[in-house]
Design a protein. Structure first.
Length: 165
C-alpha cells in the first residue's frame, strides 16, 4: 500500500456472540489488516448486552480505525467477504452471529445508498457502538450530528450495559 497521505480512514465496529467471540474478533482484525488496510487503532474489548433481540448471549465488541486504499463500497464488499470467511450466516436481523463488521464512519463522508449508509444511521443510539469508539476516537466529529463521539456517548439514550474488559 502507498503512503497514508493517500489513504482513506475508516472506523469499523466488529462484534459477535457465537462460538469463541474473542478468537473470532482476533481473526477479523487479522483479515481486515490483510485484505482491507492497515489497522491503525483498536479499542479494548467490550462485553455488551444484546440489542434488538435480547434473548441471546452477550456480545464482545471492538472498535477499529483503519487506513485503507479502498473506497467505501469496496470496503463494505471486503468486510462482507471477511464475515463469510469467518462463518457468518445472515438469518435473523439483530440475531446472534459469529461476527459482524459494521462500517461506522468513512473519512468525513456522508453516503446514502440502498446498501450503504455512512455514518451508520443508528450508531448514536447504541452504547455498544459508542463505548468502543469513545476509546479510540473520542474527539471525532459526526459529520451529520456535529457532535463528537464523546458527546454522543455521554448523551446516548440507550441504557444497555457496556463493560470494558
Amino acid at each position: 500500500m502507498g503512503p497514508d497521505l493517500y489513504m482513506n480512514t475508516a472506523i469499523l465496529l466488529i462484534g459477535g456472540n457465537l462460538g469463541d467471540p474473542e478468537s473470532n474478533l482476533r481473526r477479523a482484525v487479522q483479515l481486515i489488516g490483510e485484505r482491507a488496510g492497515r489497522v491503525a487503532q483498536q479499542s479494548a474489548l467490550y462485553q455488551t448486552a444484546p440489542w434488538g433481540v435480547i434473548d441471546q448471549p452477550d456480545y464482545l465488541n471492538q472498535g477499529l480505525e483503519i487506513a485503507t486504499e479502498l473506497d467505501a463500497h469496496s470496503l463494505l464488499t471486503c468486510t462482507l467477504e471477511i464475515e463469510r470467511t469467518i462463518g457468518r450466516v445472515r438469518q435473523e436481523k439483530w440475531g446472534s452471529r459469529v461476527i459482524d463488521i459494521d462500517l461506522i464512519f468513512f473519512n468525513g463522508d456522508i453516503i446514502s445508498l440502498p446498501d450503504l449508509k455512512v455514518p451508520h444511521p443508528r450508531m448514536h443510539l447504541r452504547r455498544f457502538v459508542l463505548g468502543p469508539l469513545n476509546d479510540i476516537i473520542p474527539d471525532y466529529l459526526h459529520p451529520v450530528m456535529h457532535k463528537t463521539v464523546r458527546q454522543l456517548w455521554e448523551s446516548c439514550p440507550d441504557d444497555s450495559p457496556v463493560h470494558k474488559l
